[in-house]
Design a binder for this molecule. Structure first.
Ligand SMILES: [Zn+2]
Length: 253
């Protein structure tokens, strides 16, 4: 008999059997494998190793993982698959899209157990406040998702040109845009600006943490109060810094 480690679920804080699961949504991992000639999710700089976010960690109990699975399924069926398999670029959505964005940014924080800010007390406070707020929302203990803005940006490099600061972008940028999956926080070295950042193939989620409402993004916000809305495929001028940081993360593996 195999012993399953018992520990504390990062979301509900109960002592439960924790599931071994991906940080990034399972449907994205499946899609990468199915659309890959090699069947594996590879790092282009080290093709003998699977990509970092394909690895699994024990973070959630079965009940909490099911909460995530429910909203992932809706996003996969209504946006991810139509985008990649049918070329659809405009989508209608409901409150599930905000819930999905929150599930992504919460995981980006939770995978480090809220750590990484030991020498930045202001950021640590803001990250904990956001994570606690989002956990209560995801668990259904609160109906308030908090004062945070979440953005979704699509970028199809075959039809959209990148504008803005593009010098110094790495050679494997195109691979990163098309194939990489990522979930992390992006912070400034010089200021207390911090965003949640999750990347799926050709899709980029930004969440405000500090500030709670990111500047410089237009037409990409996921609406909170309306029961539905449409979100269009948009080019953007501000992604290059995130691309650069994401590519550097891959290089550091
Ligand atoms: Zn749980």
């Amino acid at each position: 008999m195999t012993l399953i480690p018992q520990s504390i679920c990062a979301l509900c804080k109960q002592e439960r059997d924790l599931k071994l699961s991906h940080i990034s949504p399972a449907f994205a991992i499946r899609w990468l494998k199915q659309s890959s000639a090699t069947e594996y999710v590879r790092n282009p700089l080290n093709p003998n190793l699977p990509f970092q976010d394909a690895k699994k960690i024990r973070l959630l109990c079965g009940d909490c993982e099911q909460l995530f699975s429910n909203v992932e399924k809706i996003f996969a069926e209504k946006i991810f698959i139509p985008y990649h398999e049918q070329g659809i670029r405009t989508f209608r959505y409901d409150t599930w899209l905000q819930r999905f964005a929150i599930s992504l940014v919460w995981r980006a924080i939770a995978k480090k157990h809220g750590g990484g800010f030991e020498d930045r007390p202001t950021l640590a406070t803001n990250v904990k406040a956001a994570a606690d707020c989002w956990a209560a929302f995801l668990l259904g203990r609160s109906k308030d998702p908090g004062p945070y803005d979440h953005h979704l940006i699509f970028w199809d490099p075959t039809t959209m040109a990148m504008t803005g600061e593009t010098s110094g972008l790495p050679d494997h940028l195109m691979w990163y845009v098309l194939r990489a999956i990522d979930a992390t926080t992006i912070m400034s070295d010089k200021t207390d600006v911090l965003y949640g950042y999750s990347k799926l193939p050709q899709m980029f989620f930004f969440s405000g943490i500090n500030p709670k409402r990111p500047d410089g993004l237009q037409g990409t916000i996921i609406k909170k109060k309306e029961r539905s809305g449409s979100i269009k495929s948009l080019g953007t001028s501000i992604l290059s810094n995130s691309f650069r940081q994401g590519c550097e993360n891959i290089e550091r593996l």
